[in-house]
Each structure stands twice: as C-alpha cells, then as structure tokens.
Design a protein around this ligand. Sequence first.
Ligand SMILES: Nc1nc(=O)c2c([nH]1)NC[C@@H]1CN(c3ccc(C(=O)N[C@@H](CCC(=O)O)C(=O)O)cc3)C=[N+]21
Length: 283
Amino acid sequence: MTATIISGKEVASQIRSELKQEVDQLIQQGVQPGLAVILVGDDPASHSYVKGKEKASIELNFYSEVHRLSADVSEQEVLSLIDRFNRDPKIHGILVQLPLPAHISEKAVIQAIDPQKDVDGFHPVNVGNLYTGLPAFLPCTPHGVIQMLKRSGVQIAGKNAVVIGRSNIVGKPMAQLLLAENATVTICHSRTKDLTSFTKQADILVAAVGRAGTVTADMVKPGAAVVDVGVNRVDGKLVGDCLFDEVSQVAGLITPVPGGVGPMTITMLMYNTVESAKRSLVR
Ligand SMILES: Nc1nc(=O)c2c([nH]1)NC[C@@H]1CN(c3ccc(C(=O)N[C@@H](CCC(=O)O)C(=O)O)cc3)C=[N+]21
C-alpha cells in the first residue's frame, strides 16, 4: 500500500482564497486586517519563517508591520512595542516570533499581548478558553492539522489519536483540539515506555517531536493518517519526524515535509488575524 499524500500547500491555498474574499468584504466595511510581527535576533530560520508570514500578509492585502530587533534589545523595549500594538487600532494581530534570546522572558512577552490580539493563541487566557470550550484563538499549527484532516475527508470522532510531543505550542493544544473533535486521545513523550505499543493503535498519528527519524514504518497502523509536524534540518535538507519513504508504505494518508503542516501554520495565522479584524467590527 502507498499512502495518499495530503498537500498542505493545496489546502492552504484553498483556505487563503476563502480568506481573500473575507478580507475584501472587511475592507469594504472599512477594516483592513492588520498584523504586527516582532522578530528578535538573527537566527536564519526565524528570519525565513517571518518572511513567509510577511509575504502571506501582503498577498492577502493585510496591513503588515514587521519589526526586526537586534539580539541585544532589552525585554522592556519588546514589552513597550507590544503595548503600542495593543493600543493601535490598525493592528488586529500581534505575533512575537519564538524562540527569544535567553535574556527575554517568553512568559512575560506572551502575557503582555492583549488576548484579543493574540493570534498565536499562546496567551493563558486563550489557552484556558480553549480548554474550557470558550471562544479562543486556536494555536496555528494544531488548528492547521485539524483543517488538513477534515478537508481531506478524515473522520476524527471516535478514532484513536496519538500525539507524540507535549509542547505548549503543538503537542498539548493538538491533543485538546483532537479531543474537542471527539477522538480518543493519548499523549506520548520522551519518557513514554514502549512508544510503539501506543502508536500502533493510532488511527491518527501526529508526530511533533523535533527529531528526524522518530517515526518508523513498524510503529504505524496500516492505513493510519500520519501528520508530520517535525521541522528538522538534516544535511541542509528540511525533513520531518517521520521516515517518509518507509512510513508512506504503511500509512493511508501522510503529510510531507516540506509542503505539509508548515504552509498550514502560516495560513491559520492569517485566519486568526481575519477573525480578530471581524471581531473589531462588533466591538
Ligand atoms: N510565535 C511563533 N509562532 C509560530 O507560529 C512559530 C514560531 N513562533 N516560531 C517557529 C515556529 C515554526 N513555524 C513555521 C512556520 C512555517 C513553516 C513553513 O512554511 N515551512 C515550509 C518550508 C520552509 C523552508 O523551506 O524553510 C514547509 O514546511 O513547506 C515552518 C515552520 C512557525 N513557528
């Protein structure tokens, strides 16, 4: 058997064309969605992700501001900039690219963002709202994964879903979103004993570890939907957490890296920014 490859690029461009229409309508109503991105330091990968976000904003006709700050900027300067964006009515979404340099507290920065502009969905208010079923900005990567599955015709309700990874950015919210779709969810992590005994049961397997080669063919239930959230550079090449060539022989559906979850992450950021702009109409 050879898995069907779910193109994140295709699903993303479908969602972006839906968003484009919403943006046109919003602009007619006098609101142009505005996204502010703050990038600290000179990590090349972060610069490349932020370029992608800037490009997507411009394509969708957003108002876009990208602030590239030097690595030695103080935490206070970052907090002041966030405060300015919190009060700026042109800005509906604020994103601070992670990771930050060690002298700047990620916790302090995330908590400084107005929850109503927290389009990453990282603020504790949005996290709490998600966990209690209240309206919230959904974290972009896990939300993108749900959209890819749904738009590829994968039924989630009643399925066994296994998430490998328990980060605040992907693993934990991913599990919560799958639970909200009525999957039976298991979270595995670095201290899990006999990982394969869990992954073998998964109808939906999400790999969010950050280590190439974590998921091998023998760990996958035949016909499973396998979502690869990994972003790893190996010999200058971008690869996921799954051994794609062998896992795709066993899985029913699989997402590639690149061209899978990555483009969806950026698209769901655009989605959240449009949502925020829509909310500003009724505020
Ligand atoms: N506050 C914050 N929010 C984030 O959403 C966030 C972040 N910080 N820090 C880093 C991670 C990583 N991330 C990616 C986005 C797009 C691709 C993407 O589009 N990847 C392309 C390939 C890009 C390439 O070739 O480098 C693909 O998979 O096809 C990947 C990774 C967002 N992140």
